[in-house]
Design a protein around this ligand. Structure first.
Ligand SMILES: [Zn+2]
Length: 349
């Protein structure tokens, strides 16, 4: 094949998308000049990234703190068996696979636990933030960052056969902080519950459709409703949440202070002196249903669960984790704070 025919064939790459009238050549040009930050490279992150990379979004940054395990392969569509065998960091395995899919896209994988400082750096060059996390601590961080820098973000969550998504537009829609306690939200950790891939794919299809509307200049086509569904029970619900926007919201209101970006609200991690133990404090006030926690941990069948009215103790392998009603966790058996955080996120969301 001559170089000339190859390049003309490559010029055809986005033809089906360009022939779709609402996008067209102009929309495709906009996509190629867009920068998207994907927070998380698990089930949602890999689905989102693959679609956006195939669509020719110009620049993708994908950040994740975890590595590939065999249990990921059922739904985390960018990974292959070798990634699990080698325990490849997800961000790196994703970067390699995405670059193989489309070498014209600049793909940057970041192996990191995304917290305030990391996120503040990453958002500087982003036109849009895609939520592919599995916990509300990080989502509330993304939410405040989105408000502070006026960058839209697209929430996605799934568990079991259930999925939920909403597009947050700073200055227009309510923010996540407005919705908390007003609207039933879901999609915490998938690690401790079952999940089917179709729930993931439904969420990412809706998230990336919204992303392409924003980035191609079709904001009038945005859904502007919170979508939740259960793909097994055949339930699809679209909720108008405009009324939830609060004028005095600390994240998006008139006197916004972005509470989740301040140090006092950060998850606190401490190595306890003289003990092989790390303490992790949650970033927001919570009152845990300990009985429910104990039942959930018991169903995992991954360790020994013991409970009393004040705490639940969970022993797995060389570690013992103790969780209190206020969400505080002691991780015994390690002095490594990153390892303790990984354990706590895995078992307690
Ligand atoms: Zn708000």
């Amino acid at each position: 094949m001559t170089t000339q025919t190859r390049s003309s064939e490559q010029g055809d790459r986005y033809s089906r998308q360009e022939r779709y009238a609402p996008i067209g050549k102009e929309g495709q040009n906009r996509l190629s000049n867009s920068r998207v930050l994907i927070v998380g490279a698990g089930a949602l992150g890999t689905g989102i990234a693959e679609t956006l990379v195939r669509s020719g979004i110009g620049h993708i940054t994908i950040a994740d703190r975890d590595y590939v395990e065999w249990s990921n392969l059922q739904r985390q569509q960018l990974y292959v068996e070798q990634d699990a065998i080698q325990r490849m960091p997800k961000a790196m395995a994703a970067q390699k696979r995405l670059s193989d899919i489309n070498s014209t896209v600049e793909v940057i994988g970041k192996v990191m636990d995304v917290r305030v400082d990391e996120l503040e750096e990453l958002v500087q060059s982003a036109d849009l933030i895609m939520d592919a996390t599995d916990n509300f601590d990080t989502r509330l961080l993304i939410n405040d960052m989105s408000q502070k820098y006026r960058i839209p973000w697209i929430y996605g969550g799934c568990v079991g056969s259930y999925g939920i998504t909403y597009t947050f537009l700073p200055g227009e829609t309510p923010c996540l902080n407005c919705l908390l306690g007003e609207v039933p939200l879901g999609g915490d950790t998938c690690d401790t519950s079952g999940i089917i891939p179709q729930a993931v794919q439904m969420v990412t299809a809706n998230q990336t459709a919204e992303a392409m509307k924003i980035l191609s200049g079709n904001t009038d086509a945005l859904r502007r409703k919170l979508l939740s569904f259960d793909v097994w029970r055949n339930e699809y619900i679209s909720i108008n949440v405009d009324g939830a926007k609060k004028a005095d919201c600390p994240s998006c209101g008139e006197k916004a202070a972005y509470p989740y970006l301040s140090a006092s609200n950060l998850e606190k991690t401490d190595v306890l002196c003289g003990r092989d133990t790390v303490q992790i404090r949650p970033s927001r006030h919570m009152k845990l249903d300990l009985q429910q926690t104990a039942v959930r941990l018991g169903k995992l069948d991954e360790g020994k669960v013991e409970a009393n009215p004040f705490l639940v103790s969970f022993t797995t392998g060389p570690y013992r984790m103790v969780i209190f009603q206020d969400g505080r966790v002691l991780v015994h058996g390690t002095k490594d704070t990153a390892q303790a955080r990984t354990l706590v996120h895995r078992y307690f969301g």
